[in-house]
Design a protein around this ligand. Structure first.
Ligand code: PPS
Length: 570
């Protein structure tokens, strides 16, 4: 038997003494501030997780990787690991120059000699690597909307690992894991990649995979960046720790992988395999729809359910780990056990149970029962702690409409009704209140209005995150800004946009503050609806008419909407 999976692999770090020296010298260099994704990539480049890469891809390597998953050396590598930067920054550099790579607090993690600089064809990259130039794919969206226009390539010299303050004892470099396996005498190790909490089916499946391969098991979750909307890694790791106790003693271990996933399906599976080989594993579990990105903009799956297994099988020898294919495990009620779906011979005579991810999320958000056959009570408890039912989560009601449309009045009535119900703190961020307390220096230019609304959105998202109710009532005339606020809030809870649709004629007729008159006379400039634009909401959760409807009724319509969304108990 070869021991190669346990021998140390090359890292890009210099010695401790050289690092101290290099760090001082690097302080003089032009710096690039790494994005969160680049920090993840750099960590795995430096610690050997991305071996044989010695730095961010050069143009030649990039072309090979994009076109046929090969580096110019001929080695298999399916995923472009590129240093994307802005055009402006790229222009300031000379080829051959060293740059310092800094984390978000300014700590220098390494340096790179810039040997290559080019403007990639991102649509080609999307088509070839991810299978479609469709921004419904999170990595394609990232490529077009987050990544810089220019790529830099060149060898990296490692100075220090990115600092992590969480779960430090659970984080291992490839060489640390190899040493750990050596110490325990583990020869065969099957790795399980995951970005989701583990439930009983996963536990059963991983245990069977290990038995089948006569190997020990490594639970190896990605805790870098995963799919937007996933359960955060803090919660997941607490769940994994609970599940670890369910395996027979000393067969299984867990380590956290700082990988920024791309959700690239088949190519991603091959990449995951190479990374696990670097971490000393001999086997790798590939399931149905491995690293799947969900639906494309036509509502169809990006990849076939077994495309990843197929591509992996084809390249298995090059990857250097053996695939254990994931069986779809289901609960057979009569036998009270999990069985692989395709091995059940009496399918028509037994009751087969399964809960999908979507169904699980629904049950959690509505506080419904999650049966013990599906998950471990410790895991469910942890998930419920992080995601209480919707009626206990924070949310934001965002009124928008012309000056004098009745936003503030309805918002006030709504606040009182919610306070009468009790349970959650309610904060009113009315246009006038905000302009007094948060935005007193701002005027009414587009730039200032946007800044004002983004501030409201930031405060509302913090309130929502902390389980409160935020009621906002600014004019918020620009659709793009309202959408940005929606995204900020929806990271933590529901966002209910309410268009107070009083017509401009009616607002002007009421003219409660006398402002319309002044606007008509030109004494107030840039007045919304008179001399400044208002984008009528196209996708508001609720539209309220105020002509011929009293305030109490308008506020009640909002309450009914909140009830129908499960945000307040009926
Ligand atoms: S925005 O566009 O959302 O930032 O506006 P907002 O913070 O809600 O402030 C609107 C209130 O400011 C008064 N006001 C004006 N509104 C619109 N355009 C101009 N030029 C303007 N100048 C002053 C007006 O009283 C608005 O109050 P509401 O409560 O909406 O009637």
């Amino acid at each position: 038997m070869t021991m190669s999976n346990l021998a140390p692999i090359p890292e890009l770090y210099v010695s401790y003494d050289s690092a101290q020296k290099l760090k001082n010298e690097a302080a003089e260099l032009t710096s690039h501030d790494l994005s969160p994704r680049q920090i993840c990539d750099l960590e795995l480049l430096m610690n050997g997780g991305f071996n044989p890469l010695k730095g961010f891809l050069t143009e030649e390597d990039y072309d090979g990787v994009v076109e046929n998953m090969r580096l110019s050396s001929g080695a298999l590598w399916p995923m472009p690991i590129t240093l994307d930067v802005s055009e402006k920054f790229a222009k300031t550099l000379e080829l051959g120059q060293d740059i310092a790579l800094r984390d978000q607090e300014g700590v220098i993690l390494g340096t790179m000699t810039v040997t290559d600089r080019w403007t990639p064809d991102k649509s080609r990259e999307a088509e070839k690597v991810f299978g479609a130039d469709d921004t419904a794919h999170p990595a394609v969206n990232y490529l077009h909307n987050t990544a810089g226009k220019v790529y830099l390539g060149g060898p990296v010299t490692g100075i220090q690992q990115p600092v992590h303050y969480d779960f430090r004892g659970r984080r291992d470099t490839p060489n640390e894991l190899r040493a750990h396996f050596r110490k325990l005498g583990w020869r065969k190790i099957v790795a399980f990649q995951t970005r989701n909490p583990l439930h009983r089916a996963h536990q059963e499946l991983t245990f069977r995979a290990a038995k089948e391969a006569q190997a020990n098991l490594l639970i190896h979750p990605s805790v870098g960046m995963t799919k937007p909307g996933d359960v955060d890694h803090f919660t997941r790791v607490r769940c994994y720790e609970a599940v670890l106790d369910k395996y027979p003693a000393s067969t299984t271990t867990m380590s956290l992988l700082p990988l920024a996933m791309r959700m690239g399906g088949p190519r991603e599976a091959v990449w995951h395999g190479l990374i696990r080989a670097n971490h000393g594993c001999t086997h790798f579990i590939v399931g149905r729809d491995h690293a799947g990105p969900g639906k494309n903009s036509q509502g169809e799956d990006f990849y076939g359910p077994y495309d990843a297994q197929e591509l992996f099988r084809k390249h298995q020898a090059d990857i250097g780990v053996e695939m254990v294919d994931f069986k779809h495990m289901v609960w057979v009620q009569e036998r009270a056990q999990y069985e692989p779906m395709d091995e059940i011979e009496d399918k028509d005579k037994v009751t087969i149970l399964n809960i999908s991810g979507t169904e699980l999320r629904r049950r959690l958000s509505e506080g419904l029962e999650i049966p013990e056959w599906f998950s471990f009570p410790e895991v469910v408890k942890e998930l419920r702690r992080t995601k209480p039912p919707r009626a206990k989560q924070g949310f934001t009601v965002f009124f928008t409409g012309f000056s004098g449309s009745g936003k503030s009045t309805i918002a006030n009535a709504l606040m009182v009704k919610l306070m009468e119900m009790g349970g959650r703190p309610v904060t009113l961020l009315d246009g006038d209140i905000v302009r007094k307390n948060l935005s007193s220096e701002l005027g009414f230019s587009k730039e200032h209005r946007d800044l004002n609304i983004r501030r409201i959105g930031y405060v509302a998202s913090e309130i929502t995150k902390n389980g409160g109710i935020a009621i906002c009532a600014p004019i918020a005339p620009y659709a793009a800004t309202r959408r940005a606020v929606r995204e900020d809030v929806e990271a933590f809870g529901a966002f209910i946009e309410v268009h107070v649709a009083t017509s401009i004629e009616e607002c002007e007729r009421r003219d409660r503050k006398g402002l319309y008159k002044l606007a008509r006379e030109g004494k107030i400039k840039e007045f919304t609806g008179i001399s400044d634009p208002y984008d009528v909401p196209q996708n508001a959760e609720l539209v309220v008419e105020t002509e011929n409807v009293d305030v109490d009724n308008c506020a009640h319509q909002v309450i009914l909407k909140l009830e129908s969304m499960g945000l307040i108990a009926g």
